[in-house]
Ligand binder design. Structure first.
Ligand SMILES: Cc1ncc(COP(=O)(O)O)c(C=O)c1O
Length: 423
């Protein structure tokens, strides 16, 4: 482990490359714990607040190990995420399985480990009840019209979403659960992914709506889970960081009012995903081509939608910088389109983006491109589309050294499951 810069890192680990900074990651864990502490301070003494990091945001075990060291719990939604968290030694009561549309075999993995499962339809409650009657479960409700998220695709409450059980179906849910002897000990809702300060009021409306449903139909529950969604600013020139203490101030009165009447509730859970690793990660890549066509300056890179899908999937904005090989220190703003190497017109990282480039030289093949806030839903959503291996991931340790935490795939990794003798 030796001190390296972006060019050295790419030379050593290949391009593209996911790079995480352990210090930022730990800081974000501490910030979210501070949120939990501030909240518990204002709640009745016997009510515990548990923060479950949502594994789907970034499932690298090195990230999860830090999450564990920092005292957070985890939420997972697939056997892989469950396996990694178990392997890292998270105790069962610190793991929560929040799933949708899974098989009874998958449910068995969770139930056999005595981990709490959160089910999101009456049909799933039946499937679970048939195999594991007389167990404790949580259920995911849909509070109706209060989804919040950065894109339609990640708004997970409201009438158009596949998630949760709406108020109209709750009576049937309760009868179904009872018929299998299932005890609903908690209510879950997740309104969507990524809200910032300007959406806190909408988030609070959603929380109120969920608590109203909990109070009306579930007088015996012990747990309320308000999901994730805690946002980070992607466009750092325009957006401000989420003010967690302001959020605490908004949550406390409504939570206390609810807890006053619902004395059985002894635990509040949240499931922040993005907030923890997002700002700790950048994606480094290489400029592989440049061209001017029809008045547009195109910067071609090796960061395709298969390495980072957020821009093409959601139209998401990421701050981007180009690190030039020139030593020139005079810069000018240039409007560019930055794109990847996949044969799809949607394979665009940034459109009409003003980038600061060295005067006279601009950018050229071999420069490095850095995409910020790539630590969440970056690698975990990456794919092998067009048969490209996924990048390596490394962790900067804070002392000028780095550690590799996932090897770069090679072409043979992609061939593992071919049955050559049948081809
Ligand atoms: C049930 C559930 N909980 C938590 C999260 C994490 O959301 P975020 O990363 O926005 O905090 C998600 C994300 O989709 C989710 O579906």
């Amino acid at each position: 482990m030796i001190k390296r810069n972006a060019f050295d890192l790419i030379a050593k680990y290949g391009s593209p490359l996911y790079v995480y900074d352990q210090r930022i990651l730990r800081q974000r864990c501490k910030d979210i714990s501070a949120f939990a502490n501030a909240l518990s301070f204002g709640l009745p003494d016997d009510v515990k607040v548990q923060m479950h990091y949502s594994t789907k945001a970034n499932n690298n075990p090195a990230i999860l190990k830090i999450v564990k060291q920092e005292g957070l719990s985890v939420e997972c939604m697939s056997p892989f995420e469950f396996f990694i968290n178990k392997k890292l030694g998270f105790p069962n009561n610190k793991i929560l399985y929040v799933c949708n549309n899974i098989t009874s075999d998958e449910m068995r993995i969770v139930a056999n480990n005595d981990v709490l499962i959160c089910l999101d339809s009456i049909s799933q409650v039946k499937t679970f009840g048939e195999s594991f009657p007389n167990s404790k479960i949580m259920v995911r409700i849909n509070p109706g019209s209060h989804g919040v998220g950065h894109s339609e695709k990640v708004i997970t409450a409201g009438k158009q979403t596949k998630f949760g059980i709406s108020e109209a179906n709750i009576s049937e849910l309760i009868i179904t659960a009872k018929s299998y002897g299932l005890k609903i000990i908690g209510i879950h809702q997740h309104l969507g992914s990524l809200f910032l300060n300007d959406k806190i009021d909408e988030y609070i409306e959603g929380v109120k709506a969920g608590l109203e449903i909990a109070e009306k139909y579930f007088p015996e529950i012990e747990v309320i889970d308000l999901g994730g969604g805690f946002g980070v600013p992607y466009n750092t020139k325009k957006e401000k960081p989420l003010d967690l203490y302001f959020l605490v101030g908004k949550l406390l009165p409504i939570l206390n009012k609810f807890l006053e009447k619902n004395k059985n509730v002894k635990e509040l859970k949240f499931e922040p995903g993005r907030y923890i690793p997002c700002e700790a990660g950048i994606l480094l890549g290489t400029v592989t081509a440049t061209k001017k066509e029809n008045g547009i300056f195109w910067v071609g890179t090796d960061i395709g939608m298969n390495q980072l899908v957020r821009p093409s999937m959601y139209g998401s904005y990421h701050d981007i910088r180009i690190i030039s090989r020139t030593f020139g220190n005079c810069f000018e703003d240039v409007k560019v389109n930055i794109c990847g190497n996949v044969c799809e017109s949607g394979d665009i990282l940034a459109k009409d983006r003003i980038i600061s480039l060295p005067k006279y030289v601009g950018t050229d093949v071999g420069d490095i491109i850095s995409v910020y806030n790539a630590g969440a839903y970056g690698y975990s959503m990456a794919s092998n589309y067009t048969g490209r291996p996924r990048p390596a991931e490394i962790m900067l340790l804070g002392n000028g050294c780095e550690q590799i935490i996932r090897k770069r795939e090679d072409i043979m990794d992609l061939c593992h499951n071919f049955v050559w003798e049948n081809i």
